[in-house]
Design a protein around this ligand. Structure first.
Ligand code: ADP
Ligand code: XUL
Length: 524
């Protein structure tokens, strides 16, 4: 029992969440927004650079600089980091980081006198990282599926059909377009394993939760699949570390953080996992049944399941749960918060006015519908931006606001069917889950209560809980996952949003029309 730190390196920010497992409370929660601090230095917007043709990258050196700023902020606030017994972490999924042969020595010899940024600038064989928003690899997806013996073969082997954002297709594209830089790459990691490597001061492998988002991991054995690696790029096994079991500490924290921020020498580091797998833990989904909704930069709907269920149509993804035994089924949308912001900004509103518009307009929007593909969409697969308005006048700001939220909620209902789960409640997280009027639409579309939690940073909370669980196992105590998550996964009393029968009936009638409109304008 003690203090545990969770770090979530996400698309737009990096967050630290500190828990006291004895007092069963969150004692610190701090975020560094990338645009606020680094937009000029790195030329990013919303945490990323868009390079046309669906290419979306970010800057791994910026993530390191942001990590320093985050820890400095915690230290300046007076948090006693020497009491942290273990650190767990989470990263935006699928993004790949490419390191050269200098990385190992640089990580091992970090001086607490100089910031990470100055000491890591030379370790990259590729200075940018393609991230989950990148949709530029349709060709590579097709090639990988053929390479392993077809789409069904890849699905059976890895649990997933090929997705543009997944790491394997991104690595293949890098090998094809920059073969020299690929040859100079000594190690390929994911966002999660890269941040873990910075903290451990040595290269740390990818965990099964994030490994399952690569199209390269055998979902049954939770190890890299040589067949999938061969279909992806040459010599790839040499550039990857073995998969690191999610619950086993990889060693103590690097002396850099001891000297610079006052962590204890013996503070342990757990392998990091993906943000969605960590949210699964942070929301307490350690047994099959409950379903959660994350409204972050991406919107995701996910559930804990006990048997690997796959999505043949390519609507859903299957990941290993970092609890070591279960799986998670997930549907991911690219047009989440940034699409909501596109509408908010189109009508020059703030979130208060946006929320008022939802209060002023009726469920069903008088028949006005929108397909909100401001950017290419993952589900359904929409390769280029395409915003469709049906019975909807673009000049009517309030109706457009209701239309986008209803579209997102209706789509989450349509594309959750593959999971074959009866959704009887939704646990919510992510920045937009602070907005009760958005959640009301989801409660009515899914006809179930929506539960809210103390933190909207469930990925960082899940990372801290993973640290607590992993550390306690090293002390010989046989703590269960249920015991670990329970004190932190109670919904806020009185905050549940219940479905309203009249609105439920409206959406029951509307969902078919939405699906029809979606089919008409997409190949799905
Ligand atoms: P990520 O972890 O993917 O970087 P977050 O979960 O932190 O993202 O969510 C950030 C997003 O939350 C912002 O881009 C913003 O659009 C959204 N957000 C914050 N407050 C509100 C609000 N009151 N209503 C709707 N969306 C909000
Ligand atoms: C999940 C996905 C996104 C990212 C960013 O498959 O691509 O949810 O993890 O949050």
């Amino acid at each position: 029992m003690g203090k545990y730190l969770g770090i979530d390196s996400s698309t737009q920010s990096i967050t630290a969440l500190l828990i006291d497992s004895e007092r069963q409370e969150i004692i610190a929660e701090e975020s560094i927004n990338f645009d606020t601090h680094f937009s000029t230095a790195y030329g990013i917007e919303n945490g990323v650079f868009e390079r046309g043709g669906g290419t979306v990258h970010s800057a791994p050196l910026m993530w390191a600089e942001a990590l320093d700023l985050l820890l400095q902020t915690l230290k300046d606030q007076g948090h006693c980091l020497s009491q942290v017994q273990a650190i767990g972490g989470s990263g935006q999924q699928h993004g790949t980081v490419y390191l050269n042969s200098k990385a190992t020595a640089a990580l091992a010899s970090l001086s607490p006198e100089r910031p990470l940024k100055d000491q890591l600038v030379d370790i990259f064989s590729r200075t940018t990282s393609p991230i989950w928003m990148d949709t530029s690899t349709a060709t590579q997806c097709a090639e990988i599926e053929i390479g392993v013996g077809g789409r069904d073969a890849l699905l059976a082997l890895t649990g997933n059909t090929a997705f543009e954002r997944f790491s394997g297709p991104q690595i293949r594209k890098f090998h094809q377009t920059e073969p020299d830089a690929y040859a100079e790459t000594a190690y390929i990691g994911l966002v999660s394993s890269y941040i873990a490597s910075l903290i451990a001061g040595k290269l740390v492998g990818v965990d099964p939760g994030d490994g399952s988002g690569t199209n390269m991991m055998n979902i049954a054995t939770r190890q890299w699949s040589q067949t999938a690696l061969d279909a992806t790029a040459p010599d790839l096994a040499d550039k990857l570390l073995p998969i690191a079991p999610s619950g086993q500490p990889v060693g103590p924290i690097s002396p850099y953080y001891v000297g610079r921020y006052g962590f204890a020498d013996e503070c342990l580091v757990l392998p990091f996992s993906g943000d969605n797998p960590c949210s699964l833990i942070g929301l307490g989904l350690v047994a099959p049944g409950q379903v959660a909704l994350s409204l972050g930069t991406s919107d995701t709907l996910f559930a804990c399941i006990d048997q690997p269920r796959t999505s043949k149509t390519g609507e859903g993804a299957l990941f290993a749960s970092p609890d070591g035994t279960h799986y998670m089924a997930l549907t991911c949308y690219l047009n989440g918060s940034l699409a909501r912001e596109a509408i908010r900004d189109r009508y020059q509103l703030d979130w208060n006015r946006f929320t008022e518009a939802l209060q002023h307009t009726p469920p069903g929007n008088n028949g006005g519908l929108m397909l909100p593909y401001f950017a290419p969409e993952i589900v359904p697969n929409v390769p280029s931006p395409n915003v469709v308005r049906h019975n909807l006048d673009e000049s009517d700001a309030e109706a457009n606001i209701r239309a986008i939220i209803e579209a997102q909620a209706l789509s989450s209902r349509v594309h959750a069917a593959w999971m074959e789960i009866d959704i009887t409640s939704l646990y919510v997280t992510g920045g937009a889950s602070a907005n009760a009027e958005i959640l009301r639409v989801y409660a009515n579309v899914h006809n179930c209560p929506v539960h809210r939690f103390e933190t909207t940073n469930s990925a960082a909370l899940g990372a801290a809980l993973r640290a607590a669980h992993g550390h306690q196992l090293t002390t010989g105590s046989s703590v269960s996952w249920q015991e670990t998550v329970e004190p932190f996964s109670q919904s806020i009393p009185g905050s549940t949003i219940e479905p309203e029968p009249a609105a439920v009936a409206v959406y029951e009638a509307l969902v078919g029309a939405y699906e029809k409109l979606e089919k008409k304008h997409t190949s799905g």
